[in-house]
Design a protein around this ligand. Structure first.
Ligand code: SF4
Ligand code: SF4
Length: 186
C-alpha cells in the first residue's frame, strides 16, 4: 500500500501503460533491468516511496543509501536483481525512458538523458513511444507537480539528469558508450 496520495495517484495514472505496445525489453534484452553485480546501482525512490517496501520484498530487491541528498535527507536507492513482481516496481521504472525536465514553474517530458547509450528507444525520441504512455506519464507528473515536495523532487531529479548528461557528453562524443543500468536511474 502506498500511503503518499500523490505518489499513489501518479502510479495509478500510469497503470499498465508501457513505452511500446509490446514488450520493449525484447529489443534490448531488457537492458534497463540488467542486474548490477556490485549492488550499487538502482532506482532513486520518490519521497514517501520507501515505506511502500516491506521485508516481503527482500526476495527481489534491497534498499541501500544512494549517497545523494534531497532536502537534507539521503535518498534511498532500490537495487533489484534484474526481475521483479511487476506491481512492485518503483515509479522510476514506470516512467523510464521518459524523464521530466523541470524548471521552477513548469515541466515538460523528455527522453531521459541517462538512458543514452543504453535504451534503444532514446534515439527515436518521444515520437517513437506510445501516445497513451506519454499522456499517462504527463498526467502522473502533473499530479506530482501539484504537491510541493514532489515538485521539488522533480526539479532536483531533473538537475541530476542534466548533470549526468553534461558529465557523460564527452564520452558520448566518441570515446565510450554507457552500458550499465545504473547510468539510467542514477
Ligand atoms: S532499455 Fe529501453 S527499450 Fe529496453 S526495456 Fe528498458 S525502456 Fe524498454
Ligand atoms: S525493479 Fe525496475 S529495473 Fe528492476 S526488474 Fe523491475 S522494472 Fe526492471
Amino acid at each position: 500500500m502506498i500511503r503518499n496520495a500523490a505518489l499513489r495517484d501518479a502510479q495509478a495514472r500510469i497503470g499498465a501503460h508501457t513505452p511500446l505496445t509490446g514488450d520493449c525489453g525484447l529489443h534490448c534484452a531488457a537492458a534497463c533491468c540488467a542486474a548490477d553485480p556490485d549492488d550499487q546501482n538502482g532506482m532513486l525512490l520518490f519521497p514517501g516511496e520507501k515505506s511502500r517496501y516491506t521485508p516481503d520484498d527482500a526476495s527481489w530487491m534491497k534498499l541501500v543509501p544512494s549517497g545523494r541528498y534531497f532536502q537534507g535527507r539521503q535518498v534511498a536507492l532500490l537495487v533489484c536483481g534484474g526481475t521483479c513482481p511487476r506491481q512492485r516496481r518503483p515509479l522510476a521504472c514506470r516512467i523510464f525512458p521518459l524523464g521530466v525536465k523541470a524548471e521552477r514553474d513548469s515541466f515538460s517530458l523528455r527522453m531521459d538523458p541517462r538512458g543514452t547509450g543504453l535504451c534503444p528507444l532514446i534515439g527515436s525520441g518521444l515520437s517513437g513511444l506510445c501516445t497513451g504512455f506519454i499522456d499517462a506519464v504527463t498526467e502522473a507528473a502533473a499530479i506530482l507537480w501539484q504537491n510541493d515536495r514532489h515538485r521539488e523532487y522533480l526539479i532536483w531529479l531533473s538537475q541530476l539528469a542534466d548533470e549526468h548528461a553534461a558529465a557523460f557528453a564527452p564520452l558520448r562524443a566518441g570515446l565510450h558508450g554507457i552500458s550499465r543500468k545504473d547510468k539510467i536511474h542514477d
